[in-house]
Design a protein around this ligand. Structure first.
Ligand SMILES: [Zn+2]
Ligand SMILES: [Zn+2]
Length: 300
């Protein structure tokens, strides 16, 4: 619950209220034609680590396990599957990182703009005191992105971006593909260990037996850790999409002000309509979830 003081600062009941406040400082706007990228050192480091971990897995899978294998069909099938999934994981990561998650224009909480909304008596608009924007319903301010984000779920340092209305599909695909390559590499490591034991560690790898064991064990740890982490994240995201309740709304136990739809409708709002193979491809933009329907005002 907001305190009356906070509420007075946050809510603009009438245009006159604005005159008593600090004027909005112009904030640099994101140019829609330029790429969205958050300049946050921690996020950039985490993003680079993510790519390096995927490349490490690629290296071990290809050069330690598949290329030295004598079974060409096994190598070709597993190599194709693993590389396709890894490409989709990295493409999803890139799209999740470089897609505007649904940032609200900053600095538009001006007297003129609020007057132009022609609010009816009893209607209020919320103003974000941090970025001076008029906050649409279900938007939250992110202190890392320094913007209000529509349907903000959380800020993820691993993708160096907020997860919001416009990039949730990419984030879900990213967690799904990372979980799949983790599972796939774990299965391959188990098979390779069995194969090496049979072959007495002589011709199972182009590396020495100790180096092979260390590389495989490191991959095993990495895959297990990320399989658990991304599976949990994927499950949480699917649950929040089905219930149409963002992570922040669940955390704050916010009162539901938006209409209830079926799970299938909610999923289509995020992944696009109708169901198609494009749901699983991170290279296509899903249809705007709420289009022009989102409103800046609602009755209290
Ligand atoms: Zn804000
Ligand atoms: Zn953010």
């Amino acid at each position: 619950m907001k305190s009356p003081v906070h509420r007075c600062r946050d809510v603009e009941r009438q245009a006159a209220c604005l005159q008593t406040e600090q004027p909005c400082v112009p904030v640099s706007q994101h140019n829609p034609s330029s790429m969205w990228f958050i300049r946050d050192a921690c996020g950039i480091v985490c993003g680079v680590i993510t790519w390096m971990l995927v490349f490490y897995a690629e290296f071990v899978v290809l050069f330690v396990m598949l290329l030295p294998s004598k079974n060409l069909t096994y190598s070709l099938v597993n190599g194709t599957v693993f590389n396709t999934l890894a490409f989709l994981a990295l493409a999803s990561h890139f799209r999740a990182m470089c897609t505007d998650p649904g940032a609200v224009p900053t600095g538009n909480a001006t007297k003129e703009y609020i007057e132009s909304l022609q609010l009816k008596p009893g209607q209020v608009v919320y103003k974000c005191p941090k970025c001076c924007s008029i906050k649409p319903d279900r938007a939250h301010h992110c202190s890392v992105c320094k913007r209000c984000i529509r349907k903000m779920d959380h800020h993820c340092p691993w993708v160096n971006n907020c997860v919001g209305e416009n990039n949730q599909k990419y984030f879900v695909l990213f967690t799904m593909y990372i979980a799949l390559i983790s599972l796939h590499s774990l299965v391959m490591v188990v098979f390779h260990f069995l194969y090496c034991f049979e072959d007495d560690w002589t011709k199972c790898s182009s590396f020495s037996p100790p180096a092979t064991v260390i590389l495989l064990i490191l991959l095993c740890f990495e895959a297990l850790l990320f399989l658990i982490f991304t599976s949990v994240m994927f499950g949480t995201q699917v649950h929040s999409i089905c219930t149409d309740e963002t992570g922040i709304e669940q955390l704050k136990k916010e009162e539901r002000r938006w209409g209830k739809k079926t799970k299938w409708m909610n999923t289509k709002a995020v992944f696009g309509h109708p169901f198609s193979i494009f749901w699983f491809i991170p290279l296509t933009q899903p249809g705007k979830a709420h289009g022009k329907a989102e409103s800046y005002q609602y009755v209290v």
